[in-house]
Design a binder for this molecule. Structure first.
Ligand code: AMP
Ligand code: MG
Length: 259
């Protein structure tokens, strides 16, 4: 398959519609967001969602984040909207925050990896939102990299990983945030951070009050311990380049680098 890279600005309706047609035909498309590039499919198309797992080599037990362009789409994704979500939405949506909620039965087990919850995010990237809007459906989208590799923050990074595996990459420039969204669960009595990211714990506490941090964020999972965020148990951000750690002073590090 030939992979096309197309530069699209939010007002470019002609190209947005062309790209959205691929989604409507059951294809997958890489899209820019403010955090990292995502690999998107129609959330209601099982076969298209399956293509995401295949292209990335993503383990089937790692659920996808559902991306929306407007808050009114939350009702078709979540079973109900807790008050804490309204507070978070006011401060961080659109933005780099993913919220885990009880899932609406309309959302398939393929998207949520069999969980009864669903992760939702509304990106602040204008092209991302314009594209979701043109697709007329929410989009399931993990990061657009081969599973285990670092997340892509430019169209070129996506091309380097997925060339020949997907039909289109929408080039929306470099990601302004460049790290993953924070994942927060609203399933329990106290909101709980499942993955650290662009929105900090302090920012969340300042609007929600008490916020817990999942144990797996701070320490490796114990044998037989169940991951609250299944992605936490898989290998991540593993670059191909050799890494050398220099356990010494800054001066010794500079001497080492300068050869
Ligand atoms: P990625 O989009 O590749 O950055 O990965 C999405 C992250 O969101 C992974 O760490 C998933 O485990 C997490 N995630 C997605 N859905 C859920 C869910 N329903 N409950 C908990 N974590 C989730
Ligand atoms: Mg990822």
């Amino acid at each position: 398959m030939k992979t096309k890279i197309v530069k699209i600005l939010p007002g470019d309706t002609e190209n947005l519609e062309k790209a959205a047609k691929l989604i409507k035909c059951g294809e997958i498309v890489a899209i820019p967001t403010e955090t990292v590039y995502g690999l998107a499919a129609n959330v209601y198309d099982e076969s298209a969602v399956g293509k995401i797992f295949k292209a990335k080599g993503r383990p089937q037990d790692n659920p996808l984040i559902v991306h929306i362009s407007k808050l009114s789409q939350l009702g078709e994704i979540a079973a109900y909207i807790p008050d804490s979500l309204k507070v978070l939405a006011e401060h961080f949506m659109p933005g780099p925050l993913t919220v885990v909620l009880p899932k609406n039965p309309k959302i398939s087990d393929t998207v949520t990896a069999g969980l009864s919850s669903v992760a939702v995010r509304m990106p602040s990237h204008e092209t991302a939102r314009a594209f979701i809007s043109a697709c007329l459906v929410p989009l399931a989208a993990p990061s657009a990299n081969i599973s285990g590799s670092p997340s892509p923050t430019s169209a070129k990074h996506v091309f380097d990983d997925l060339n020949g595996k997907i039909p289109m990459i929408i080039d929306g420039g470099e990601c302004s945030v460049g790290v993953e969204s924070t994942v927060i669960s609203l399933l329990g009595d106290v909101p709980e951070v499942l993955r650290p990211g662009a929105v900090t714990l302090e920012q969340l506490q300042s609007v929600l009050g008490e916020v817990k941090v999942n144990r797996a964020v701070l320490a490796p999972l114990q044998k037989n311990e169940k991951a609250s965020s299944p992605g936490m148990k898989h290998k991540h951000y593993s670059p191909k380049t050799k890494i050398i750690t220099v356990k010494s002073s800054a001066q010794a590090f500079v001497r080492y680098v300068n050869g």
